[in-house]
Design a protein around this ligand. Structure first.
Ligand code: THU
Length: 132
């Protein structure tokens, strides 16, 4: 099975776990590490609406907290092929400016793009004088 299809399947599966009682908009993400591991994430909403967390950031935070920092691709699954929000783009950019981004709808109809295309001329760690 090819990598794109595998990531889409994981994103669709992660989407089934979404907790989205307020928006009804379920999102799943599957983040691929450079050594082939996949971290899934879903959106997690809250009765205090401002605390809702996106699927992509859930996946990034799970992966980074497990010790991962090197990512090559992410798949994002929604009902209608919605694109990752600006906050998620920036969080992904921190670790993976060269990331491939696969955007799929619930039926698996997808397009492949890049984080650089989604977030051009971006700000990153290298712009801070004393970053690691
Ligand atoms: N959402 C994501 O999970 N990822 C995005 O990139 C866009 C939006 C979620 C947040 C909220 O739970 C729901 O979709 C509607 O905005």
């Amino acid at each position: 099975m090819n990598t794109t299809k595998t990531l889409i399947d994981h994103a669709l599966s992660a989407r089934e776990k979404a907790y989205a009682p307020y928006s009804g908009y379920k999102v799943g993400a599957a983040l691929l590490t450079a050594d082939g591991k996949i971290y899934e994430g879903c959106n997690v909403e809250n009765a205090a609406y401002g605390l809702c967390m996106c699927a992509e950031r859930t996946a990034v935070f799970k992966a980074v907290s497990a010790g991962e920092r090197d990512f090559t691709a992410i798949a994002v699954a929604t009902e209608n092929g919605g694109s990752p929000c600006g906050s998620c783009r920036q969080v992904l950019r921190e670790f993976a400016p060269d990331l491939t981004v696969i955007i799929t709808d619930a039926a698996g109809e997808h397009r492949v793009t890049t984080l650089a295309a989604l977030l051009p001329d971006s700000f990153g760690p290298e712009h801070l004088p004393d970053s690691e």
